[in-house]
Design a protein. Structure first.
Length: 508
């Protein structure tokens, strides 16, 4: 039986009478499915015993019987500790080292923790695959064990507040953090929110957005906001599922911001729990910056802001998105029908079966995706614009069935992989290919390339191969080869034909 050592923070959140990290339940279900023995370190027991409340101590003492306790403590060696000589300053550091040494010495298979410092130390020791956060563990297990996934289908849809079950345990954390949450929720009865549910009706994600005009009062935010059009992320929570639902919701946020032509997006949130820190990490990965503080009756919240309508060359393509720089090279990239909708579900053709739209594949929900190529084209750069071209079905008239569907932005192009592991690391949950298929690719790393891109927008009208011939963008009777470069005029002609509004940043 594999063994999983659980950090003190995992145990406390799991066994506390007031659960504050709802991803814990999902973690424990996966541990049980995969028959992991849940192990607890004696130092973790001592930490729990320090609680002042006797009732809490008694409650924990009973629940800890469900874990396998380590009987023989292996103290970290001097050779091990020298790796962190200049970092360790507290008793907690010593405890972390003891847990880390236990997995480092091979006595357990993995260590699960929400401690970022512990995860960073594992990376220094080159054992990062054995020291995982809750979300990392769930993502890996979801990818490696698709038959054990408990969702038949996930979908994000708009629903009226009045039709959403406020009594769901999903909302308990909001009720704890915000005294007025229930009354606020009930007042929104006729308004809409984005909700993700599994096939059994369990809520896994929730997003409420609010547009604010230039007259909004921001007296409780410091530094005070200037007068601008803003999109406020009013309520946002996503459970760890291994399906990158967070990115799916980020895409919805950006789509709304672009549609309503706002100057900024902002959110205010607490950061006093691991699940909230995961959410703040998600936001900062997509270009939100810590701006200031908001003071309310519930305490002080952090304010995160993302600016729109300007492109900052000092930031990455990902940090800038949905701001897209026009003055970049532009390409057409063909993709077979069997991969198209799986990789780009928002660009599903009207002729495709609805059942193929959403399902158990995590890459469908990711905003940043991976395209794998053996093309000899190597002159592709970050920020370049790609038009995905869906090749027509085998028995169709490709002149009309082959169409350009989607605008994407390249964020990274990776070549010359040193190992199979390096290649696989960049593909995780972002490509249409199965683990088996990826292993076949990795068997021959020669000329293998990974193109990471952000799905930007699906085209309203799909320009056909016939249109590309008539405009001399392509030469009849041929379709495009991988990464066929086109001019700005040709690109503009395609976008004009598509009747699609894309707010490019020009002039840089």
């Amino acid at each position: 039986m594999p063994k999983a050592l659980l950090d003190t923070n995992i145990i406390i959140h799991r066994e506390s009478s007031r659960v504050s990290n709802y991803n814990i339940g999902h973690l424990y279900r996966w541990l049980d499915k995969l028959h992991y023995t849940k192990v607890i370190h004696p130092y973790s027991v001592k930490e729990i015993e320090k609680y002042n409340d006797k009732r809490v101590q008694e409650n924990f003492s009973v629940k800890l019987e469900a874990y396998e306790r380590i009987k023989v403590i292996s103290e970290p060696t001097e050779d091990f500790l020298k790796n962190f000589k200049n970092q360790d300053k507290t008793t907690n550091d010593n405890i972390d080292n003891a847990l880390l040494f236990y997995v480092y010495s091979g006595k357990v298979d993995i260590l699960i923790t929400e401690d970022k410092k512990l995860i960073a130390k594992a990376k220094e020791l080159d054992i990062e695959k054995k020291v995982l956060s809750i979300n990392q563990f769930i993502v890996i297990m979801t990818e490696e064990n698709p038959t054990l996934i408990e969702y038949k289908m996930l979908a994000v849809k708009k629903e009226l507040f009045g039709n959403i079950n406020l009594a769901s345990s999903f909302f308990d954390s909001f009720k704890c953090d915000y005294k007025e949450f229930e009354s606020w929720f009930n007042r929104k009865s006729e308004e809409e929110a984005y909700v993700c549910k599994d096939d059994k009706g369990k809520i896994l994600g929730f997003l409420y957005l609010k547009r604010e005009d230039t007259n909004e009062n921001y007296d409780n935010i410091s530094p005070k906001f200037d007068s601008k059009r803003r999109l406020k992320i009013g309520t946002f929570k996503v459970l760890s599922t291994g399906f990158r639902l967070g990115e799916r919701f980020i895409k919805i946020i950006f789509d709304n911001a672009v549609q309503y032509k706002v100057d900024e997006i902002y959110v205010t949130m607490f950061e006093n729990r691991e699940d909230l820190q995961i959410l703040s990490d998600l936001l900062t990965r997509w270009g939100f910056i810590r701006y200031g503080k908001k003071t309310t009756q519930n305490d002080e919240e952090t304010v995160f802001v993302k600016k729109l309508g300007k492109y900052d060359n000092a930031l990455s393509v990902k940090d800038n998105f949905p701001n897209i720089l026009y003055n970049k090279r532009k390409f057409i990239l063909p993709i077979y029908p069997k991969y198209h909708t799986s990789l780009l579900p928002d660009s599903k053709l009207n002729t495709e079966n609805e059942v193929n739209f959403l399902g158990k594949e995590a890459h469908k929900y990711a905003l940043q995706k991976v395209y794998i190529s053996r093309s000899y084209e190597r002159n592709i750069n970050k920020g370049d614009i790609v038009l995905f071209y869906r090749i027509g079905e085998e028995n169709s008239n490709k002149k009309y069935s082959s169409v350009i569907t989607t605008v994407c932005i390249i964020t990274d192009v990776l070549f010359d992989f040193k190992s199979k592991e390096e290649f696989l690391k960049h593909c995780q949950n972002r490509t249409v290919f199965s683990t088996e298929d990826l292993n076949k690719f990795a068997a021959n790393l020669r000329n293998l390339a990974i193109v990471k891109f952000i799905y930007a927008k699906n085209l309203t009208k799909r320009p056909t191969l016939d249109f590309l011939w008539k405009k001399k963008i392509l030469t009849s009777p041929n379709g495009p080869r991988p990464f066929t470069e086109i001019t700005n005029d040709q690109f503009d002609s395609i976008i004009s034909e598509s009747k699609t509004d894309i707010n490019f940043i020009r002039g840089l």
